[in-house]
Design a protein around this ligand. Sequence first.
Ligand SMILES: Nc1ncnc2c1ncn2[C@@H]1O[C@H](COP(=O)(O)OP(=O)(O)OP(=O)(O)O)[C@@H](O)[C@H]1O
Ligand SMILES: [Mg+2]
Length: 355
Amino acid sequence: MALQTFKARDFRCLAEAELEPDSRFNLVYGDNASGKTSLLEAIAYLGRGRSFRGASTQNLIRHSAREFVLFGKILRQDRVFSLGARNGPGGLEVSIDGERGGGAAALARRLPLQVIDPEIHNLVSGGPEERRRYLDWIVFHVEPNYLDDWRRFRRVLKQRNAALKAAATTAELESWDHEFVVLGNRVQEARARVFEVAVPRLVAAAESLLQRDIGFEYRRGWSEELSLAEALIAGRWRDQQLGSTQAGPQRADIRLIYDHRQARRLVSRGQQKLLSCAMVLAATEIAQEELKRPLLLLLDDPAAELDSASLGRLMDRVVALGCQVIATALEPQADLFPQPPAMFHVEQGVLRGVG
Ligand SMILES: Nc1ncnc2c1ncn2[C@@H]1O[C@H](COP(=O)(O)OP(=O)(O)OP(=O)(O)O)[C@@H](O)[C@H]1O
Ligand SMILES: [Mg+2]
């Protein structure tokens, strides 16, 4: 799979931008505030239906415009299809080969991608939500029914929490518990299966980037000694006090172990970045094998926070994935890749091919 053509209109500072990326290596360079991250954010939006910077639609629409429009042509096994997304007052609108329909999940199935940007260290240093989202992305691509179970589970969780906030009786609460347990177990089991397969790749990627002993442990979100049904009963009083459900897959996490200690508060910023990159690259590798096609990897300023040896190790692993890469840098540093990349220069929101 490769993104062949990409167009963005009225996205951030990009009034009208068009890119014809190479199927392997691409470098977009330009000064600060020229629009490099905006371009990657636009491409990522076409594959996710949301901003990797967590920005609201309003902030993504170019000042004074009403909506933004994104379009891409994607080559997949000798067939080219098109993908469109727009967002504005009417909400997200997706089209596939010109036909309207589908949402963010439809985009994610057709343009699966991963992003490494200067905030990537949050995957290690931030709260568990980022790591759950990370794991769920892999499960989404590996287990076909996961999205449905996960959505249904989220719905029941919301309903149960609403009941707790409304000081519902124990009998009313119990009416949610059965479905919560069935769906919660499905979500947990899918995550556990995928995590088990992922661990050797996570360890290999992390150890090669950090050159230290790294471990990954999955925490399912409630006591290992109790079933989910037992954990709900044991936690009912606390749930009622706090007005939200304390036990369940909504509390899952991945613990990172660095030299036999918990990594989060231990490792330096550069190491947090490397560890996070290792996680992203391992996830990409797993999804690629599952989907039997190369993905798209967006690297926003990969050199940030890394010494040259670390950057070299990171790029070696990126190259070994065999995927399409679009990277950004302040300067046209072609030596980021083992062969000359397609180069693009961006200046005040205007993008043009170089050479
Ligand atoms: N909705 C918007 N409409 C117009 N301009 C915007 C909008 N959102 C952000 N910008 C502007 O877009 C410009 C480019 O931002 P961007 O983050 O893409 O720069 P960059 O090239 O990645 O810079 P850096 O090298 O500092 O990371 C900034 O000047 C920013 O203020
Ligand atoms: Mg930037």
